[in-house]
Write a protein of this length. Sequence first.
Length: 267
Amino acid sequence: MTLSYELPEVVPYINWAYYYHAWQVKQSDERHRLREEAEAFLVAQQERYHTHAVLMIAQAYADGDDIVLSIDGTETTFPCLRQQHGQTCRCLADFIAPQRCAPSVDNQIGLFATSTDAGMEHDFDADPYLKMMAQLLADRLAEATAERLHEQVRKQLWGYAPNEQLSIGEMQQEHFQGIRPAVGYPSLPDASLNFLLDRLLDMRQIGITLTESGAMRPHASVSGLMIAHPSACYFGVGKIGHDQLSDYARRRGLSLETMQKFLSANL
């Protein structure tokens, strides 16, 4: 499923705190000026640019530290990493039912990617200030689109929380049921998973291509999973040992050397 959004629909979902952080601005008056300029820019560009999403909701079950997806009668393994330090030692597969059974929030999973029209990243090259503003806003719009999409998933497209009544601020504080871990973030640190997601979602449908390192182009793109289990929570995998690295490389079907490159920050 692909969706496109006009800017007025997703702008309210922007988390401005990250925009201010990108500018390294802390003073309230300067933040106010930045936001006013950004909002005026977005109004001026609302007919020119859109944001986009691609989504799949699939049956799934956990097999150890793997999430096994069933799509059109074919099973695809999505390997995950487990914390090796601390008391919980969580893994995303823990939030998926460990057996095939009737559809429920425990044995389904969402796969998604969102992006902003690529022009926002290069249409303003002649003006350094506008160029930086547009690029930073494009990043925020991709994240805002993921927030809006996730709300639609919870309330309608998957519908596991149809009666949810949250403000956008409460969504940004993650008061909703379930989680939306993104590739490259602490619970999904392996950027090579984008290749697997791309194979399942065909991200080119919304203009996303991948580099050899698994990075998405346009840069203003987000990809990841949507997990609905009420107990699901965010966590960081952190450092892993050689034993898990070897096991993960085997489950990913990639060489140990390749996985060392993608997980160097976790070794």
